[in-house]
Design a protein around this ligand. Structure first.
Ligand SMILES: Cc1cc2nc3c(=O)[nH]c(=O)nc-3n(C[C@H](O)[C@H](O)[C@H](O)COP(=O)(O)O)c2cc1C
Length: 197
């Protein structure tokens, strides 16, 4: 399937059928996703693959009992066939941009970055993974990193990394309820493409 069709077909999925995603396939997909661009060839993004057997354990760390009781979506997430933690090591970027060919950028210190490339690289690898998942006939749902982040980093052994997102992967069970975010009035895609010439 061509890229435009994959983009058009891909939608976030938040309710899976509980079947495992083949771990070697997910590992290989992550390696392919890391063909995504990386600023200065810093290669600071890491994809940590969690198999179906540890999805429940991840959720115990990443959420709290109140959320798990109240969230109507929790059971659907818990039936994911695997997941991938997308993280980025900031020091890889600082070290790279201190090297002689990049030092003039002044980006050797974290506070100097107007746009932190470690998040840009993480987003590029994430998008590549989402497309590979779609191409394989699977589905994915993404969590931003804002809940229990320190605990998740520790659990995954990512103490030197910033967590960017969690990508749940699996087969949809057909019980997905679209996000309420989708009902927000937003500018059309055409309106968000500007012609400057
Ligand atoms: C950086 C980022 C963080 C997101 N965080 C969450 C999240 O925490 N929970 C969730 O259900 N969806 C999350 N989403 C998914 C968005 O809600 C979804 O992409 C958006 O509503 C558009 O839907 P679509 O991707 O199906 O087109 C996130 C997406 C991005 C790009």
């Amino acid at each position: 399937m061509d890229v435009a069709s994959l983009l058009a077909r891909r939608r976030m999925t938040r309710s899976f059928d509980g079947s495992p995603v083949e771990l070697p396939w997910l590992v290989a997909a992550c390696e392919t996703a890391l063909l995504a661009p990386t600023a200065g060839h810093s290669a600071g993004v890491t994809l940590s693959v969690v198999g179906h057997d540890r999805v429940g354990e991840y959720l115990e760390v990443a959420t709290d009992p109140t959320w798990r009781t109240r969230s109507t979506r929790y059971p659907g997430w818990a039936r994911a066939g695997g997941l991938v933690l997308v993280s980025s090591r900031v020091s890889a970027y600082l070290e790279r941009y201190r090297e002689p060919d990049k030092a003039a950028s002044g980006l050797g210190e974290r506070d100097a970055w107007p746009v932190p490339y470690w998040y840009g690289d993480a987003a590029m690898a994430t998008m590549a993974l989402l497309l590979l998942v779609e191409e394989a006939g699977l589905a994915a749902g993404l969590w931003g990193a804002f809940r229990n982040v320190e605990a998740v980093r520790e659990w995954a052994g990512l103490v030197d990394d910033e967590l960017f997102a969690t990508v749940f992967v699996g087969r949809p069970d057909g019980h997905d309820r679209p996000s309420t975010s989708l009902t927000r009035p937003v500018p059309t895609r055409a309106e968000r493409v500007r012609r400057l010439s």
